[in-house]
Design a protein around this ligand. Structure first.
Ligand code: ZN
Ligand code: ZN
Ligand code: ZN
Length: 744
């Protein structure tokens, strides 16, 4: 902002408070250099509120300073609010960086971990540099943050680097405002910093990394202590090695993510657009879902039957060093067994991974909290986060209004937890499905962690309506006043809030299953959101899921439910065994659902595209992928009447197409288009302009893009998720927003 002009020679003093992700990004040295250049006096410091600056001098220079503070911001900084006030001059002569303040509100955003910057990569690979081959090279613009943070504010004594005393050379860098490593909290070098070694064969530094490369070449499994936890690595071209990893990890079906040595090598294996390459190379360095190329030497065991490959680039010096010695695609999966949380401590990894890994690459920089690799894809031309952890957590989501202090404990699958602090909601990193005891412990640790870091005292706790969710159970046992939030309300509220929308919108919540207000399973819902309530104005025609939970894995059960409901007796013969028929007829163990996720399963099964969900959403993913490059407006019909979306005409038309041998890709496209058109039909019965799309179904890029296009053609404004996942990873945000508004 520009302050009112005054006499050019007048000395003034400004107080500036910047909130957001402003610590640990090189903001203080930037401010220092700026003030120094403009001959202004004063100080800058990190505080619990963010970054505080007091700056004094000629009023015109101060205006320059404010302008430059906006344009010359460090690239990783995210300023959410900026408050400038004029205070009395104090007559100081120089500008200094003060030690961090204490006893102030702890709302400063902590930065996520940042991938190695180009300059540090150069240092790392330059034989003349003192950090040549040093696995803990970083600077103010890159390196670990959240995963080494023990307390706020982000200063070295509050990180897991606290036990390493800097050598004189590192200290000089740290103290010089003109150095790239000025106040880089994890700054270190081979003389004074952490070290890497291998086990069981003991080797250090470059030799340890050489041991790992040799093991990979032999087809062995390497456990590597990464940024947010251990990863298991194996050569992705070696079928026996990949099968071995699957067998030892007890993870027989989910696709594995890949670590590619460079963007050039990645291009040999996957098709990536310019925007996808940008996402791969950004400082969050997520796993990006890409289409694999047909002709390549990757073993099919990597992705099993998934139509996409999850691929990432090296994001830490240790990864760069390993890839320099072994420049081939690697499977890089979380260091755990099945769905347990990722291991982070050396002893823990030695114990838990001993039957999985052949070689360990360890180091002595402790990891403060686990952070899995994040997963993202491109949707409607923008990055969409599917798993939010390393590189994104714990950046807050800024919501439209102040919220009461609420702790939101999320859903059951893909769990995250969140706290609301004013207009900011801080979400934990992805915790995962809460089935295993270890996962529930990780869930409790994440809650303790958020409460402790932000000295947060929740006034109440928000949870799902589902009585059996482990998160709901925890909330019930917590002793705090409870607010139960309907699952699909939470989905759309999360999406609306991250897009700055408060009320007066059509919320479309489509997912697999969620506990509905009427006790049935919801998942194909439309809500009209007004300032004080959600009105369920439409939903998918219900059908039964024979076997309940079993139908989530076996798509033919959803198909049977659909055919039975449509009374298509002649058609279900192939699909329905006698025991399934008995369930459908009696309604026993065959709950009613209105789930679009399960409709996807049924259609995948009826078209022969997929019969099982080996991992969540697999059949829907195959159905989307079958469309390939087909672009058509042809559609089936979902009859939208009296608030019910009847799939019966769609089913008839689809089965006719199937019978006449229409290509499955075209059938898939017509099915997706029918769903998009149904949203338009419902939206046109309302008088709102904003349409909010949320729920796991909208991880589907074709559906999201097509729905957005047809809605926008008719003048609607469509918003989708970009900061938190559309799947249940975003539920905690929605719970925090809805519960936090009750008493704010
Ligand atoms: Zn750097
Ligand atoms: Zn040093
Ligand atoms: Zn959901």
């Amino acid at each position: 902002m520009k302050l009112a002009t005054s006499s050019p020679t007048r000395i003034e003093r400004l107080r500036i408070v910047l909130c957001g992700a402003v610590q640990g990004v090189g903001f203080r040295p930037t401010v220092y250099r700026l003030a120094d250049k403009l001959r202004l006096a004063g100080w800058v410091k990190n505080s619990g509120a963010g970054l505080e600056i007091e700056v004094e001098g000629d009023s015109e220079q101060l205006d320059h300073f404010l302008g430059k503070l906006k344009t010359e911001r460090p690239p990783a900084a995210v300023v959410t609010t900026e408050v400038v006030s004029r205070i009395a001059p104090a007559g100081c002569a120089c500008f200094e960086i003060l030690p961090s303040g204490e006893n102030v509100p702890r709302t400063a955003a902590v930065l996520p971990d940042l991938a190695t910057c180009p300059e540090c990569l150069r240092d790392l690979l330059d034989p003349a540099d003192r950090r040549f081959g040093y696995a803990f090279t970083n600077c103010t613009l890159c390196g670990p943050r959240y995963t080494i943070l023990l307390d706020i504010p982000y200063d070295r004594p509050n990180t897991t680097m606290q036990s390493f005393a800097s050598c004189p050379a590192c200290r000089r860098e740290y103290e010089s405002p003109h150095d790239r490593r000025f106040h880089a909290q994890p700054n270190a070098c081979p003389t004074c910093g952490p070290a890497v070694w291998s086990e069981p064969e003991q080797a250090k530094g470059a030799n340890a990394i050489a041991r790992a490369a040799e093991a990979l070449a032999r087809g062995q499994i390497v456990a590597l202590k990464g940024v947010g936890g251990f990863q298991l690595l194996v050569d992705a071209r070696n079928p026996a090695a990949v099968m071995q990893l699957r067998a030892r990890k007890y993870r027989e079906e989910k696709p594995f993510a890949l670590l590619m040595p460079s963007i050039e090598i990645l291009r040999r294996y996957c098709t990536a657009s310019g925007a996808e390459e940008e996402l791969l190379a950004c400082q969050a360095a997520p796993i990006v879902l890409l289409r694999p190329k047909q002709e390549c030497d990757l073993t099919p065991e990597v992705a099993q039957s998934s139509p996409y490959l999850g691929v990432m680039l090296p994001y830490s010096p240790l990864h760069h060093l390993l890839m320099a010695q072994y420049p081939f695609p690697l499977v890089a999966t979380s260091g755990n067994r099945a769905d347990e949380p990722i291991a982070i401590e050396n002893d823990e990894a030695r114990e838990r991974l001993k039957d999985i890994a052949d070689v360990f690459i360890l180091h002595n920089r402790p990891i403060a909290r686990s952070c899995d690799d994040s997963v993202a894809r491109l949707s409607v031309g923008r990055p969409q986060i599917l798993r939010r952890a390393r590189g994104y957590a714990p950046l807050p989501v800024v919501v439209p209004r102040e919220l009461a202090p609420v702790l939101a404990v999320g859903g059951h699958l893909k769990n995250t937890v969140a706290i609301a602090l004013g207009r900011q909601v801080f979400l934990s990193q992805h915790i995962g499905d809460l089935d295993a005891v270890e996962s529930r412990q990780a869930f409790e640790r994440a809650i303790d962690d958020l409460l402790r870091l932000y000295r947060f005292e929740p006034k109440f706790v928000a949870c799902d309506l589902h009585p059996d969710y482990a998160s709901t159970q925890w909330a019930l046992d917590s002793g705090l006043p409870l607010v139960q939030v309907q699952h699909h309300h939470a989905h759309v509220a999360a999406c609306a809030a991250e897009n700055g929308i408060e009320t007066n919108y059509l919320g479309v919540a489509w997912d697999g299953t969620g506990f509905g207000l009427d006790g049935t399973i919801w998942g194909g819902e439309f809500f009209l959101a007004s300032h004080d309530r959600f009105e369920r104005i439409a939903h998918l025609r219900q059908f039964r899921l024979p076997g309940g939970e079993a139908a989530i894995r076996d798509c033919s059960r959803s198909a049977a439910g659909l055919l039975w409901e449509a009374r298509s007796a002649d058609r279900w013969a192939n699909f329905v065994s006698t025991d399934i028929l008995a369930m459908l007829e009696s309604g026993m163990n065959a709950p009613l659902c209105s789930s679009v996720g399960r409709l996807f399963d049924a259609v995948a099964s009826l078209t022969g595209i997929a019969d099982r969900n080996r991992f969540e959403g697999q059949a829907a993913m195959c159905l989307e992928s079958a469309i390939g490059d087909i672009r058509t407006d042809e559609t089936y019909e979902i009859a939208s009447q009296n608030g019910i979306g009847d799939w019966a005409p769609l089913l008839d038309q689809l089965l006719v197409d199937r019978q006449r041998g229409l290509a499955t890709g075209r059938i898939a496209a017509k099915f997706h288009n029918a769903l998009a058109n149904w949203i338009v039909a419902v939206a046109q019965t309302t008088d709102v302009r904003d349409v909010v799309l949320s729920g796991g179904v909208f991880q589907n890029a074709y559906l999201t893009e097509h729905a957005t296009a047809v809605l926008e053609e008719r003048g609607f404004r469509v918003v989708t998720h970009h900061q938190v996942p559309p799947n249940d990873g975003g539920i905690s945000l929605g719970q925090a927003v809805l519960a936090g508004q009750l008493e704010s």
